[in-house]
Design a protein around this ligand. Sequence first.
Ligand code: MRU
Length: 360
Amino acid sequence: MSLQSIKYTRGSLAILDQLLLPVQSKYVSVQGVEDGWKVINKMQVRGAPAIAIVGCLSLAVEIHPEEFGTKKQLRQEIEGKLNYLVSARPTAVNMKIAADELIALANELSKDDSVSVADMKQRFLNATEAMLQKDIADNRAIGANGATAILQRVSAEGGNAGPVRMLTHCNTGSLATAGYGTALGVVRQLHELGKLEHVYCTETRPYNQGARLTAYELVHDKLPATLVLDSMVAALLRAKNVAAVVVGADRVAANGDTANKIGTYQIAVVARHHAVPFYVAAPLTSIDLQIPSGDHIIIEERPDREMTHVGEHRIAAPGINCWNPAFDVTPAALITGIITERGVFKPSELKAEIRKLLDL
Ligand code: MRU
């Protein structure tokens, strides 16, 4: 079965339908922006980086066969459709950052008299397609930076530098990205270094990204892994000598507060109680310096049915009210380090470090 969440060649895009995994491995064709919006909103593709890549590529396949009379027409098409794609899921910032960058590129090209309409379209397609390779390279760098930081931390605390036991939440692997993964990339890197004793993954109710998707990736890659239920994390950290927790992010605010899959916050609280370091692994495209803190992050609320049913089977009493936030915000104070492709930062230093890196 495949671990490639996105298949793209110019003019053609398909995504692995993550609603059907792990039972069925089926690709769904995405023929344009309407399809892109739907597969993201229905969570047939999910995970912050994958959402952004599929959103932008859905516009690329739509634009590819079209002829534009003027650069203004092309620019308006790019801007309108990218802004529409941002609305498919509100919490992850990656799609918004990608949209802003591509709109800025379209604006710049449309003002440049030496660029023809055809050149402008070509440059837009190139920029969009470059996201795939960049995401994989970023994930590899996140994996290397995270593994080094975790092993150093274990040594500094007097432990032998691995192999270590890790805990992760939700799915942050190949299925959530263009490949390799962010937090799961760190776990993969530890394994490649011979430094992973074991990884525990949470079920991640209600959508079960851990049980369905992360467990699938771990079995596929033959990593030493065990599934636990979300309610078992405190008992796990007490009993199993876990060296560190590593999770992904949908949006990291300037002060380091981090929105990630619901349940992340309570894992961070439990990790602090047990003095287990808690890391967030995320590319710079998940960091939103525009908002000062997590209070400004819009948390998506999803349909009750995701809680009341497993597949077609009802598991909750008919008539009960539900509250189904898809994400929560972990306060920066509970986060040991934010692992990016450009280094590992303390939440309190994040804003200054990134501004330095991006030369802002
Ligand atoms: O609702 P989802 O499945 O899109 O949520 C995914 C997560 O919360 C991930 O941890 C996050 O997007 C990072 S994926 C590399």
